[in-house]
Every structure is written in structure tokens, then in C-alpha cells.
Design a protein around this ligand. Structure first.
Ligand SMILES: [Cu+2]
Length: 663
């Protein structure tokens, strides 16, 4: 009886406290000069990042989102468990919010923690449609004096669509800008030609830990903040870090402030003391720092590729900078670019090796909250993709051609990720927390998991939802080129209206076509090459003139069988000769030699070989040889992404000088 009374009192008090908390969000588009030049931003309530939305566990959120732009938009609540219709993924949860329209979300806040929201349409998240969410628990168990939400951001002055188009032209497009070109000269200097040869044999080109060349990195829209200058030494400050970067991993490190990690992906964890955290895209971490007795210490979020950082200073008095993060060693063997993972000695202000947070040291305060039940069913997902065509996939199949991953309500599903690429992939599951499995079967519950280069990671979740949920790499450019899946509960028939609307939409799709070209204008040689391609087809045209008297043209259609192999059908026409058809294969041989073997309509078997060597940062050699004994060797000096000076030696022409233009 007393128990029943207590229980009803408890329920009553909970109900009494629950409230409907309303927010009105307006999505707008305008020019913003965040990094020197004006660029187009998409904003929430005219702020970059958008406002922090605060709730209490048990509240009901009622959020109206009004689209004041001329394009479709959407808002997804990242990490919050909401009903499927409220999840904000266009064509999966609902139809996108059209220009001029308002959508009103309403959902209960079932769990406390630090989360965030962002657009799930096109690349709008990169343009600024993102912000923090804080859900206060019914009973706070951690003591702290102040708190701040710190949103980590990457920013480019280009439009994100241009960024994607550049990467489609050339996966290494940003290497020059990022000073991350790896060259033979670099390997020679380090005495690492063996590594170069091994990479080359394995058909691996230039190395980098990030694809995009950003113009700035920010915390809450600024490069640097002095946080709570009035805070007294000894005060505990809770920092709610949210990585809202579109494709940047940040290393959180400092000028000697120990980090007490108390939350990961929103959920409370037993406190862990570390010196640095590699903060993957789309994760959140709650970290308590103590205001130092003297000085303002820098807490820095360094982009993992070493191309920049943003900071907060904590404490008062003289500023002390955090040590520079060593740049990743792009010449290291087996993709061990990470200065720590590679085990290379480096100079650090601290006298000991900094302790870096490891998933294995994370233990949730409630270790059973989202646990599976019964033996798991395993689904193998290999993380695949390549920089040459900039396609990212699971099991080499992009979203547009993939089957849905069917799950049954009540079952425990295990995803086994085998990363076959040299990049980190932050994988995010909507609508569920999953356990990142340790060797002992335990591990923290998360909504986003980092899978490092060549790493294997397993996650497990209880299928306790309904309908469709999105699962994807949270590197925005990887997701948009195909590294995504739909998880479908097997009793759901889908929504025809959503499917039809998606087909008709102009949203970025992973099978979109991109185009590029090259013009070589030398004094005795000219060549114009154009191509357009998607993740399956490629069409090329080429016009060439030797000595400006001997012209030839070529057109090819290619069908991609796998990363290295394409079927080829084409036609070649030389001046004074009749056109000749050809049918064959294009294949990349070990050592990165692109080979074409084909039969001509004259019944001859011919072959062509082509390769490129990055001699020094701006110096590139390319060579072509045909079994008809034509050859062409060019040496170019790259002035920038578009323009090169070139000298070439061509059969029947000799030396020729001029320029090469990429567009
Ligand atoms: Cu990825």
C-alpha cells in the first residue's frame, strides 16, 4: 500500500513537472563573410550556429520550422529517440519542408544529454543549418558550476556543391591547398621509397586524412573565445562539445587542462580522466574542466589533418597556448597517419604521453539502458570507396542501388564494420542507441561510431522501433556519394508518396553525373579532353592536334564493373583515315598503370598504357604509350588547381611547351 502511494506520488510529480516546450526556428539564406570572403550561409534564426534548444527530460518538444529560402529543407534531431515521423529525414520520415512552408514537430524527450540538430537535405548542414540541444535530466548526478555548449564547425567559402564537384573531378583536389601533396621527393627525403613502392603496387595514390580544404574552423562561429573570464579558480565547467563539422574530425587538447569525460553521445558515463579526445564528426562529448589557479589555458579543437583549429581559453590572467598538434605523417607505412596511432615520438609540452580517450574506457552509468536481448543476428558491412572517382559505399554498393537492411522488431542486430579504406568513417544510426562492442561484450551506447582506417568495429542494437530509419556515414560528402542505407522494419510496406517525391526531387543523389575537362595548349601540340561520369557510366571525348596539321579525335563510353575495371566501347578517327571502332577493357594495373586493351573494327588488338608520377609538390610527370608506337610524355608544374605550365615530348612532334588548364 505504501509502495503504491509512493509510486503514484512519483508518477504525479513527474507528470506535474512535464511541460510542452516550444521553439520557433526560421531557416534563411544570406551572405556571410566568416573567413575573409563573402559566402552563402544557410542559418537557423539568423545565427551560426543556430540557437541551443533546451529541454528537461519528460518534456514534450513542439518545434516549428519555417523555410524562408527558395529550396527544400529539413531538420533532424541527432541522437534523440523520436517517433519515425519526427526524425526529419526527407522522403523517409516525411516530405521535405518546401519553400515558404512550416512544419511543426512534436515529440517527447525520453532521455537527457547533449545532442544537436541539423538539416538532412543536400549539403545544408555544411552551410550552417545546425545547432545544439541540451536535455536536462530529472536529477543531475554530476556537480558543476557553469556549463557551455561548444559547437565545432568547419567552414568553406566555396558552395558545398562546388566542393563536391571538385572532389568528383579529383579526389585529391584540395591537396595543394592543404599542403598535403605526397610526392616521390618527399618519400626520397624520408628514405621511404619502399613504402612508396608498396603503396603504388597496391594501387594507392596520394594519402590524406581529410578530403576537403576548409577556409576556417570555428567553435560557436568564432575562431577563439575567452570562456567565463569571471570564473574563479577551482570552479568546475561542464563543456558540451558537439562536432557539427561536415567532414572534420577534431582533436581536443589543451595547455594542460585535464579533461574529465562525463558524457558521450548524450549518455552519462562514469568519469574518465584524459588529456585529449579525438572527436569524430557528429559525436558529442560532455567534458568537465577545472578553472586553473593561474593563467588562461587554451583548449584547442585541432582539425585532424592539421589544417587549422579553433579555441576556447579558460581561466584568467596570462594566456597559455596549447602545443601545436603534430601534423599527420602522410608518408607513414600502412596508413598510420595518426601521430599517436603511428607510435612516433613527438614533442609535447607535457612530460608524459597524453592520454587519449578510447571507446574501451567508456562505461555508461546505466549500462543496460539500450541493451540487446538474445543472440544477435550479424550483418557484415564493409566500408568501401575510393578517391579516384570519389564514390563511398558499403560493400561497394551505393545507397541508390542497395537493398534495404531488413530488421525484425525484438531482435538484436549486430553490424560488423570492416573498414577497407584509408579514411575514418563516423557511422550514425538514426532512432536507436547501439552498443560499441568491446572484447568482453560490453561497451558504451552511442549513436555515432568512429571506424578508423582498416579497422574492424562491431555494434549491436535492439530493434525496438518501426518503419524506416537512416544509417549513414556522417562525413557529409561520403553520405551524399553513397555511403548510406535504409534500415526497414520488415512489417513496413514503405511509403509510395515519399518514394515518388524523392525521384522527382533535385536533391543530390549518389548517381548524379559530374563533368570536367582539360585543355593542353602547347606550341606544337594541343589536346582537349572532356568527360562526364556518375558511379556507373563514363563518357569521354578527346580532340588532339600534333604539329597543328595532324588531327585525331576519340570518343568512349565506359561502364564501371568495379573500382579497377571498366568496359569500353569507343571510336577513333584520324585525319585521312576512316573511323575505327573499338571494344575492350580499361583496367588499373598494380603500380597504378591505367591500361586499355581493345579489339578494333579492323580486327587488330591494341593496348594503351598511361601513368602519372607526383615527383614533387607541384611537379607531375605523366606518360602515355600505345602499341601503335605513339607516345606522349608531359612534365607539368602546377601553379594552382586549374593552371599548369607544361613541357611535353610527343612522338612525331618532339618537344613542345605551353600551358595546361583543368576545369
Ligand atoms: Cu565516410
Amino acid at each position: 500500500m505504501r509502495h503504491a502511494l509512493l509510486l503514484s506520488l512519483l508518477i504525479f510529480s513527474t507528470v506535474a513537472r512535464a511541460a510542452v516546450v516550444e521553439y520557433h526556428l526560421a531557416i534563411t539564406e544570406r551572405s556571410l563573410a566568416l573567413a575573409g570572403a563573402p559566402a552563402t550561409a544557410m542559418l537557423v534564426n539568423d545565427a551560426y550556429p543556430g540557437p541551443v534548444l533546451r529541454f528537461r527530460q519528460g518534456d514534450t518538444a513542439r518545434i516549428s520550422v519555417t523555410n524562408h529560402t527558395d529550396k527544400d529543407t529539413s531538420v533532424h534531431w541527432h541522437g534523440l529517440l523520436v517517433p519515425p515521423g519526427q526524425d526529419g529525414v526527407p522522403y523517409l520520415s516525411y516530405l521535405p519542408i518546401r519553400p515558404g512552408e512550416t512544419f511543426v514537430y512534436e515529440f517527447p524527450l525520453k532521455h537527457a544529454g547533449t545532442y544537436w540538430y541539423h538539416s538532412h537535405t543536400d549539403l545544408q548542414e555544411q552551410s550552417g543549418v545546425h545547432g545544439g540541444i541540451v536535455v536536462q535530466p530529472l536529477r543531475e548526478t554530476v556537480s558543476y558550476d557553469r556549463e557551455a555548449v561548444l559547437v565545432l564547425q568547419d567552414w568553406t567559402n566555396e558552395t558545398p556543391r562546388q566542393v563536391l564537384a571538385n572532389l568528383k573531378k579529383d579526389g585529391d583536389y584540395y591537396a595543394l591547398k592543404k599542403h598535403s601533396v605526397t610526392s616521390i621527393a618527399g618519400y626520397l627525403q624520408r628514405g621511404a621509397m619502399g613504402t612508396w613502392l608498396e603503396n603504388r603496387w597496391n594501387r594507392m595514390g596520394g594519402m590524406d586524412v581529410a578530403d576537403v580544404g576548409y577556409d576556417a574552423f570555428f567553435i560557436n562561429g568564432r575562431r577563439s573565445w575567452h570562456l567565463f573570464p569571471e570564473a574563479r579558480p577551482g570552479e568546475r565547467i561542464r563543456l558540451r562539445f558537439i562536432n557539427a563539422g561536415a567532414s572534420t574530425y577534431f582533436l581536443l587538447h589543451s595547455a594542460g587542462l585535464p579533461f574529465e569525460v562525463i558524457g558521450a553521445d548524450g549518455l552519462a558515463v562514469e568519469p574518465v580522466q584524459v588529456d585529449e579526445v579525438l572527436h569524430a564528426v557528429a559525436e558529442t562529448y560532455d567534458i568537465v574542466v577545472t578553472v586553473p589557479p593561474v593563467g588562461a589555458l587554451e583548449l584547442r579543437a585541432s582539425a585532424q589533418d592539421g589544417s587549422g583549429h579553433a579555441s576556447v581559453f579558460i581561466g584568467s590572467g596570462e594566456r597559455r597556448a596549447a602545443p601545436d598538434m603534430p601534423r599527420p605523417d602522410l608518408y607513414a607505412a600502412h596508413g598510420q597517419h595518426d601521430a599517436h596511432a603511428g607510435g612516433h615520438a613527438h614533442h609535447h609540452a607535457m612530460h608524459h604521453t597524453p592520454r587519449r580517450l578510447d571507446y574501451r574506457s567508456l562505461r555508461n552509468v546505466d549500462d543496460q539502458a539500450y541493451a540487446g536481448q538474445g543472440p544477435p543476428r550479424e550483418v557484415l558491412l564493409r566500408l568501401t570507396g575510393d578517391m579516384e572517382t570519389y564514390n563511398w559505399t558499403f560493400n561497394n554498393v551505393p545507397l541508390s542501388r542497395a537493398d534495404k537492411i531488413l530488421v525484425k522488431r525484438g531482435e538484436t542486430v549486430r553490424f560488423r564494420f570492416v573498414n577497407e579504406t584509408m579514411m575514418h568513417h563516423p557511422l550514425h544510426l538514426h532512432g536507436h542507441f547501439f552498443r560499441v562492442l568491446n572484447d568482453d561484450g560490453g561497451g558504451p551506447f552511442k549513436h555515432t561510431v568512429d571506424v578508423g582506417p582498416m579497422q574492424t568495429v562491431s555494434i549491436e542494437f535492439l530493434a525496438n522501433e518501426e518503419k524506416d530509419w537512416f544509417f549513414h556515414c556522417h562525413n557529409l560528402y561520403h553520405a551524399k556519394t553513397g555511403m548510406a542505407r535504409v534500415i526497414r522494419y520488415d512489417d513496413y510496406a514503405g511509403n509510395r508518396e515519399f518514394d515518388t517525391a524523392r525521384q522527382r526531387s533535385s536533391d543530390i543523389k549518389d548517381d548524379d553525373f559530374y563533368a570536367a575537362g582539360e585543355l593542353k595548349a602547347l606550341d606544337d601540340f594541343a589536346r582537349l579532353s572532356l568527360w562526364t561520369a556518375n558511379n556507373r557510366y563514363r563518357f569521354e571525348g578527346e580532340l588532339e592536334s600534333r604539329d597543328y596539321e595532324q588531327e585525331r579525335g576519340e570518343a568512349n563510353a565506359l561502364y564501371r564493373l568495379d573500382r579497377w575495371t571498366q568496359l569500353l566501347a569507343g571510336v577513333e578517327k584520324e585525319e585521312d583515315e576512316s573511323a575505327e571502332g573499338r571494344l575492350g577493357l580499361r583496367y588499373v594495373l598494380p603500380l597504378l598503370i591505367e591500361t586499355e586493351v581493345f579489339v578494333t573494327t579492323d580486327g587488330e588488338i591494341e593496348a594503351e598504357f598511361e601513368t602519372e608520377l607526383q615527383l614533387a609538390t607541384r611537379l607531375q610527370l605523366h606518360a602515355e604509350y600505345e602499341t601503335t608506337e605513339r607516345y606522349h610524355v608531359g612534365l607539368e608544374y602546377r601553379l594552382d588547381e586549374h593552371l599548369s605550365l607544361e613541357g611535353a615530348y610527343t612522338s612525331d612532334v618532339d618537344v613542345s611547351l605551353g600551358v595546361k588548364l583543368r576545369f
